[in-house]
Ligand binder design. Sequence first.
Ligand SMILES: Cc1cc2nc3c(=O)[nH]c(=O)nc-3n(C[C@H](O)[C@H](O)[C@H](O)COP(=O)(O)OP(=O)(O)OC[C@H]3O[C@@H](n4cnc5c(N)ncnc54)[C@H](O)[C@@H]3O)c2cc1C
Length: 357
Amino acid sequence: MYDVIIIGAGPAGCIAAKKLAEYSYEVLLTEKMSLPREKSCSGILIPKSIQMVEKEFGKIPADVFSYPPINKGIILNSADGKEYWFESEGYNIWRNKFDRWMCLKAEDAGCTLKTLTSALSCEEKEDHVTVNFARRSAEKEGGFNGRMEFFQEKARFVIAGDGASSRIRRGLLKTPSNYIITYQIFCKGSIDLDSGFFHAFLDPKLSQYDAWFNVKDEYLIIGVAVKDASLMRYYHSKFVSYLKTHHNARILSEEKDEVGLMPHITPDFRVDLGKGRVLLAGDAANLLNPMGEGVSIALASGYAAAEAIKVEYDFNKHVNPVNILDRYESNLKGEIDYMKRQWRFLSTLSPDFKCFK
Ligand SMILES: Cc1cc2nc3c(=O)[nH]c(=O)nc-3n(C[C@H](O)[C@H](O)[C@H](O)COP(=O)(O)OP(=O)(O)OC[C@H]3O[C@@H](n4cnc5c(N)ncnc54)[C@H](O)[C@@H]3O)c2cc1C
């Protein structure tokens, strides 16, 4: 019996695992991929993320950074052609390296790490949760060799940080995931936009949500977000044409493309922090700041969930799970209120941006 099983080794899962292991709990951290795993992300850490990461994990190693290493902020282009500059120094990192580094720090703190291990479902019992897992045998060159092992683990509590399409959330709350699809292409070429900034475009002619441009190492990254997956290439090509005509984009080659998911924040969206002995954190809880900034709130929620367990669960199996969930909600209330204010503010900047109207 573990004290806590943590599902998903993204920022939410890694910080929760590290904190709880440091508090001497028996912690199992499971990740469905092998590490380092790819995660579609612009890789910008805002100052809040940097502060939390440096406090909890230490200095970020140099090889985790992409070039330019400093992000100077965001330039937001509204639907009515206005430009808003939000200057603030952040970091520009590669998520595969960043998440692996955090995960290894959690392992160093004493948690057990199982990769290639996918959580299928959680069953709540009177004083614990049983988690059903499928584990793939090690990947061979050229792919997975086809063997699967099914097993169960038990814990007093579970923290699910399994991302925007969270299987655990769907099973727990019996609600479908509500996410938007992101599509970005890594190109070689040139453009007359400042590579130090993240450039966001809220014109509904260019995407169903937002479109963006940023630079990482030698790549120009051009992305769009859509609700309807069948339209992602259509909007992407419109956005590329826009960048060609308005910003002199010259695309010499397309090196790779990437599809990702983000929680779909709408005016009636809800944050779900869990049920019973299962707490949800990060994207799995529907936590996301405007312009797809989610690392800071994933870290804050993983941390808040770990602190709630620490305060309410004194290695005592008769703890009331309601107290833990309440404590988690109150730990995170300030962050959630801030997130909602940010979304409202964004909707005042761009008249056609539908969120939070
Ligand atoms: C295109 C794009 C650009 C973005 N850019 C930024 C940015 O620049 N800055 C920023 O702050 N945020 C950005 N975000 C948002 C950010 O990536 C997320 O908000 C953040 O990663 C959420 O962290 P998490 O820990 O909740 O989930 P994730 O980082 O998604 O981690 C979830 C982990 O769970 C694993 N997993 C999933 N299912 C299971 C399962 N059943 N069992 C075991 N493991 C499982 C996954 O493999 C993954 O490793 C971006 C998102 C996208 C899509």
